[in-house]
Design a protein around this ligand. Structure first.
Ligand code: DQA
Length: 146
């Protein structure tokens, strides 16, 4: 089974960007931890980040052919992008949304995520552990579907 983990804008700066909110691990650290968790639960991880909305959309389209599930941290596009929601609605397998911070505890404009209208599960406020919990949950979902 293959799981795409897609990361939106500014997450390339993870570790340097507002560490008091997002922690000190880099996105490369998170990628490595996800690969370790993936190998423990028997899923192959494809891990990507883009600052461009269209690139995230193209990867979701690619996932239609190549992935059994998507984990996505759409970052700020969560709160703005109907286009990413529409793309995820073309994807016919489980989607898990991850936010490192608890978006509900922050500014009002972060409280709503378009992607949550499609996601099968949402993790927010677990720090980067949210990604690992998401990998485990998605692997469980895929096993129970098989
Ligand atoms: C985020 C929360 C978003 O509101 C923010 O724009 C991000 C990161 C998170 O992981 O906590 O860039 O998705």
């Amino acid at each position: 089974k293959v799981v795409y983990i897609l990361n939106g804008p500014n997450l390339n700066l993870l570790g340097k960007r507002q560490p008091e909110i997002y922690g000190s691990k880099t996105l490369d650290d998170v990628c490595r931890l996800c690969e370790i968790m993936g190998s423990e639960v028997g899923v192959e991880i494809v891990f990507r980040q883009s600052n461009a909305e269209h690139e995230l959309i193209d990867w979701i389209h690619e996932a239609r052919e190549k992935a059994d599930g998507i984990i996505i941290n759409p970052a700020a596009y969560s709160h703005t992008s109907i286009a990413i929601l529409d793309a995820l609605n073309t994807f016919d397998a489980p989607v898990v949304e991850v936010h490192i911070s608890n978006i509900h505890k922050r500014e009002d404009f972060r409280h709503h995520s378009y992607v949550s209208g499609r996601a099968d599960a949402v993790l927010a406020g677990c720090g980067v552990d949210g990604y690992l919990l998401a990998v485990r949950h998605l692997a469980d979902l895929l096993r129970s579907k098989a």
